[in-house]
Design a binder for this molecule. Structure first.
Ligand code: GLV
Ligand code: MN
Ligand code: MN
Length: 447
């Protein structure tokens, strides 16, 4: 394998006897080439065909997917990806929380790792997570076909329950992978529909025996769709992701007094739904008042008994509160807690709060961020440094090894939506950035 620097390009161009047509293409400077001097490029059609094959499992109206973690649909997706890994000759390990790691055992030392997740939210798109896993396989297949052997093993991770939509917290598999949550605690978490995570893993045949925490990789890089509107709005094609904002997930349960909707005077009610409405509005207003990167969402509300003519007995709502600044995030949490206490007193209800996830903002490794940025520029694409609004497995890997991410544009900023879309050209170009980045990471000494 040859790696050409700008200086190499200049000297090659000076030496007309070895000039190659590829070298005149401006976007191929400073990249890894094959021994025959052809630039390493992934196969965009093969990548798309895997993305579409995976999307055929559990399709939903509008072109997306419902593959909630550890459901039968998730199992079918996992089985397909494992088949692809085996077809590429990867050694496949399943760990005690169901993370699937496919490793191409070449070179020496700890692997350069990539990957993401294939679980989705209930109304997910085709690309969230899936891209990162399938681009990893595509990078390996490209190198294998080109006869290029990296200096270190390359590993692709499929992390369990990144979404956290069925089992909180989000990024659960990668959190356990790095030792941020004990295996016992993780296996004991209950799904929103009841079952225990450990039992669901066994049921779908993905309760593996590789222990966690696992040995840290040499470095980690994840390709992901942006899932937001910033790149498109700025007319910039890729993001070199600098970190991930802090996430606070809470579940608020409000218990009131169930009663007859026709006979109970308004002044005598203890109505949990009124509190739900007030808390939801408070969160919305708080985010606007704080401004900056403050984000608040109420995405799930359950009311019991959920009938037209009954003042509810109980309501449960989720609070998703995020900020890139830990101090501001704490301030938001405090103000929300005070408001809940105040409104509960006023409405005569009792409240309990359960923390579902709490992760501080994460800063990625500047060296890896810069490698991503440099390769994106060298491949001729526009790129900007940016933080991630969404949570990602990379934020957990960042605890144990040098890590960063690559973002591709999301059309209309849509994600967690069946209409999620990124063009095939961007998926291919992003995967080429991933390929170059992984090869550079393999050669980088981070000590
Ligand atoms: C994960 O998708 C998140 O909620 O950020
Ligand atoms: Mn994702
Ligand atoms: Mn997601």
């Amino acid at each position: 394998m040859n790696r050409l620097t700008s200086e190499d390009i200049s000297s090659v161009i000076r030496d007309s006897t070895i000039i190659s047509p590829f070298l005149l293409i401006p976007d191929t400077s400073c990249c890894f080439y094959t021994d025959t001097m052809s630039p390493l490029r992934i196969d965009g059609q093969r990548l798309m065909s895997r993305i579409m094959d995976l999307a055929e499992i559990s399709p939903i109206e509008g072109g997306g997917n419902c593959r909630l973690a550890l459901t039968d649909e998730d199992k079918a997706g996992r089985d397909l990806v494992v088949t692809w890994m085996k077809d590429l000759g990867l050694s496949v390990s399943i760990d005690v929380v169901g993370n699937i790691i496919g490793t191409w055992n070449v070179g020496h030392g700890a692997p350069v790792m990539t990957g993401s997740h294939i679980d989705t939210v209930r109304t997910g798109g085709k690309y969230d997570g899936n891209l990162g896993v399938l681009a990893g396989l595509e990078v390996i297949e490209t190198l294998q076909q080109a006869g290029v052997t990296p200096q270190r093993p390359f590993a692709v991770g499929v992390f369990t329950d990144e979404e956290g939509a069925r089992f909180a917290p989000d990024m659960l598999g990668s959190l356990v992978f790095v030792g941020g949550l004990s295996v016992e605690e993780a296996l004991d978490i209950n799904a929103i529909d009841g079952p225990r995570l450990g039992d669901e893993l066994t049921r779908i045949g993905y309760a593996g025996n590789t222990p966690c925490p696992q040995t840290p990789p040499h470095a980690f890089v994840e390709l992901h769709i942006e899932q937001g509107p910033i790149l498109e709005a700025n007319n910039v094609r890729f993001g070199a992701v600098t970190g991930v904002q802090g996430i606070s997930w809470q579940e608020l349960t409000i218990v009131g007094q169930s009663n007859h909707a026709g006979t109970t005077p308004m002044r005598l009610r203890k109505d949990p739904v009124v509190v739900v409405a007030e808390v939801a509005k408070f969160l919305h207003d708080l985010a606007l008042r704080f401004g900056g990167n403050q984000i608040c969402t109420v995405g799930k509300i359950d009311v019991h008994p959920n009938l037209i003519n009954v003042v509810a007995a109980r309501a449960t709502m989720t609070l998703d509160v995020r900020n890139t600044d830990e101090m501001v995030l704490r301030q938001a949490e405090q103000e929300i807690a005070s408001f809940i206490a105040e409104v509960a007193l006023r409405e005569g209800v009792t409240t309990t709060v359960r923390t579902l996830a709490r992760f501080e903002p994460v800063q990625f490794d500047q060296r890896v961020i810069d490698i991503v940025h440099r390769h994106t520029t060298d491949l001729g694409h526009t790129v900007q440094y940016m933080p991630s609004g969404a949570g990602h497995d990379a934020q957990m890997l960042a605890r144990v090894c040098p890590t960063a991410m690559i973002f591709t544009q999301s059309k209309d900023g849509l994600s967690h939506n069946a209409a999620e879309y990124t063009s095939p050209e961007d998926l291919e170009a992003g995967s080429n950035i991933l390929l170059q980045t992984m090869l550079t990471l393999a050669e980088t000494d981070f000590s």
